[in-house]
Design a protein around this ligand. Structure first.
Ligand code: TYD
Length: 232
């Protein structure tokens, strides 16, 4: 790798409460002198935000939905995430591809093999993070796929998440799904963790907010990515 950026994604079912912790982490990294790119999926670019509006508000079959989400992801990766990693930023991304496996795959029952193929196409590092001078090897030995260095999975029971969401705001297409949908999504996240145990850190989100924040901070301190002094 020719960059020193950090790519971190945040996952969990709707209502798991990841947002405040993402903001707090951005502050913690900035306090230690890092430049943070705070972004989200679907979205993060003008084009991808338009696709987000469609995906979250319009009914569509799951292949159409998956293609739009991966199109948004490609634009986001090429124009925001890869350049930020090359600059050495900490990229904090509210959801990434694990959400597609969990929501479109496990939640809506869409073919995981098709999603895996889209993942390979869209996240293939064809020089995106390579040597911009063009001096990188012509063909890397192994076809690399850009994925987060770390994924924080906020794990909360679907019933607990439903309680937190109730009355919070007007629900979007996914938030208005029944609790069974979120049980499938949660199982989808658990399966992704099993497939990528080295990348995943599971956070027990069924605790008071301060305890969740301490658990989040601890993950970064243990990895040596935060000093453990600020925000204790
Ligand atoms: P969310 O990240 O919870 O944002 P907000 O806090 O503004 O509601 O909402 C994004 C929604 O999009 C969420 O319901 C999950 C869904 N989603 C997918 O279905 N597939 C995906 O690949 C991604 C990234 C998100």
């Amino acid at each position: 790798m020719t960059h020193h950026g950090l790519f971190i994604s945040f996952e969990g079912i709707d209502g798991a409460g990841k947002s405040t912790h993402i903001t707090a982490l951005a502050e913690a990294f900035r306090a230690e002198g890092r430049t943070v790119t705070l972004t989200r999926e679907p979205g993060g670019t003008p084009l991808a935000e338009k696709l987000r509006t469609m995906v979250l508000n319009e009914a569509m079959d799951p292949l159409t939905e998956s293609l739009l989400i991966f199109a948004a992801r490609r634009d986001h990766l090429v124009t925001v995430i890869a350049p930020a990693l090359l600059r050495g930023d900490v990229v904090l991304c509210d959801r990434f591809t694990d959400a597609t496996f969990a929501y479109q795959g496990a939640g809506r029952g869409f073919d995981l093999k098709v999603l895996a193929t889209l993942e390979q196409w869209v996240q293939s590092d064809e020089g995106l993070l390579g040597d911009p001078s063009g001096n990188a090897p012509m063909k890397p030995e192994v076809e690399t796929v850009i994925e987060p260095h770390l994924t924080l999975w906020f794990d909360l029971s679907p019933e607990g998440a439903a309680l937190r969401l109730a009355g919070a705001r007007v629900p979007d297409k996914f938030e208005s799904q029944p609790v069974e949908f979120f049980s499938r999504v949660a199982a989808g996240y658990a399966a992704r963790q099993q497939g990528h145990p080295e990348r995943f850190a599971r956070i027990d989100a069924d605790q008071p907010r301060e305890a969740v924040w301490q658990a989040v901070r601890q993950v970064f301190v243990e990895k040596g990515w935060l000093s453990g002094v600020a925000g204790a």
